[in-house]
Design a protein around this ligand. Structure first.
Ligand SMILES: Cc1ncc(COP(=O)(O)O)c(C=O)c1O
Length: 434
């Protein structure tokens, strides 16, 4: 088999099975083109994209500003390695991140990286040098990435941790609120306090890392009082608060950062996904005193803040602060909220719809009373929807949550059509399984 012979989707998928490692799971679709909130496969089939490369396309596939910036940069230079020679787009992205930072402190600095996992690990490195402490506290249902420390910080065994131990030391886990399943802010905050009595001395904790809306964990917004309690508990023990906004940032919930919804200032913020407009770029931002606690050359990497990723981010950062973008994000959020509430009223398998802004999801259950998770129904819904031209993805520890990360440029009638397909697909999946 040669790839040249593999023009059709079936042939390409066969080649994918032959040559690509099995450990990377892909849906049976091979994309040829993408624009806005739509993608087309190599056989010419059109799909509405409610996934956006897992939240990387808030400004839309091939956003004109991003594409234009990339074309201009391609003719100048592609790679320098910022460690060897600096370049303006890297510095400018750090300047914009400083201006937009929700973190404590007047003077903000950043480091740019390639992946979210790498950014989370760098945030921990910075927190450790700034505090001189080793331990890290994370939460139930957290997702922070797939590298050793980030994987340890992540909470779902299969597929993220199964067979991959031993894990990194000095990572401790506390409960997080999940109102639908009876875990309140009070219970979770008490759990964090208990962790400091039973498992780890808070004086050895460098940082607490928390997603303001748990993403992979099931699109669970952390209630504002919980974020306030976490901030207060961190302050009581001189622990740094790291806000992981890799999935929630860049306007996904309306404002640039989800933490902007509440009156809480973290110490460090981690960004990624949509920051690069489809190119790999992530960030760690915080006050200069923390960021500069690391010795010279202690942070770095060959491809960190690649020039192409940085010019794409300049275009993204220029767009997500505009009133027009915000109005669009809020419009998508309210259309989704209304449509999901209507869907939940009609479809018995929907246990809860929830989210923040345009980061929304439905949790599917076998029974509304027992709330037994329905992962098989969720998987079947995703498959059926793909056949009807809608791309969806699950999340949650039980993989029974269907998450929506539609590019925020989606047209209102496309969004409405996508919601119809979603409902039809759940009903069909439920009928097949009955
Ligand atoms: C909250 C959060 N943190 C970290 C990561 C890891 O990012 P990456 O896959 O770019 O390593 C993700 C990815 O989904 C995420 O959602």
């Amino acid at each position: 088999m040669t790839i040249q012979e593999s023009a059709t989707m079936d042939a390409l998928l066969a080649a994918r099975d032959r040559y690509v490692a099995r450990g990377i799971a892909t849906a049976p679709i091979v994309v040829a083109r993408a624009e806005g909130a739509k993608v087309w496969d190599v056989d010419g089939q059109e799909y509405l994209d409610f996934v956006g490369g897992i939240g990387c396309q808030n400004v839309g596939h091939n956003a004109p500003g991003v594409v234009e910036a990339l074309h201009a940069q391609v003719d100048d230079y592609l790679h320098q390695c910022f460690v060897i020679s600096a370049y303006e787009p890297f510095i400018d992205v750090c300047r914009r991140l400083a201006e937009l930072s929700p973190c404590r402190g007047a003077e903000q600095k950043s480091i740019l990286l390639n992946s979210g996992a790498e950014a989370v690990e760098n945030a921990v490195k910075i927190a450790r040098t700034a505090t001189g402490r080793p331990a890290v506290v994370v939460f139930d249902r957290a997702f922070h990435g797939r590298t050793l420390l980030a994987m340890t910080m992540t909470s779902k065994v299969n597929p993220y941790k199964k067979g991959f131990g031993p894990f990194a030391p000095e990572v401790y886990r506390a409960p997080a609120p999940y109102p639908y399943r009876g875990i309140s802010t009070e219970t979770a905050a008490a759990g964090l306090e208990y962790l400091f009595k039973a498992e780890v001395d808070p004086e050895t904790v460098a940082c607490v890392v928390l997603e303001p809306v748990q993403g992979e964990g099931g699109f669970i917004p952390m209630p504002a009082p919980f974020l306030e309690r976490v901030r207060a508990i961190c302050d009581a023990h001189s622990i740094l608060y790291v806000d992981d906004e890799i999935q929630t940032g860049m306007g996904r919930t309306g404002p640039v950062w989800a933490i902007n919804h509440v009156d809480v200032e973290p110490d460090l913020i981690v960004g990624g996904k949509s920051l690069g407009g489809g190119l790999p770029l992530t960030s760690v931002t915080g006050r200069a005193e923390l960021m500069d606690s690391v010795h010279s050359s202690g942070l770095g990497g060959t491809f960190i803040g690649n020039p192409l990723s940085c010019v794409a981010a300049q275009a993204v950062l220029a767009e997500v602060v505009t009133d027009e973008f915000r109005a669009r994000a809020d419009g998508v959020a309210s259309q989704l909220e209304t449509a999901l509430a209507a869907l939940a009223a009609r479809v018995d398998a929907v246990g809860e719809t929830r989210g923040l802004g345009a980061m929304r999801a439905i949790e599917l259950v076998l029974d509304r009373e027992t709330k037994t998770p329905a992962p098989g129904l969720a998987a079947a819904t995703v498959d059926i929807a793909r056949g009807k031209g809608l791309l969806l993805m699950t999340s949650g520890v039980h993989s029974n949550v269907i998450r929506i990360l539609v590019p925020l440029v989606v047209a209102a009638d496309d969004l409405a059509r996508g919601m119809e397909i979603l409902e039809e697909s759940i009903e069909q999946a439920a009928a097949q399984r009955a």
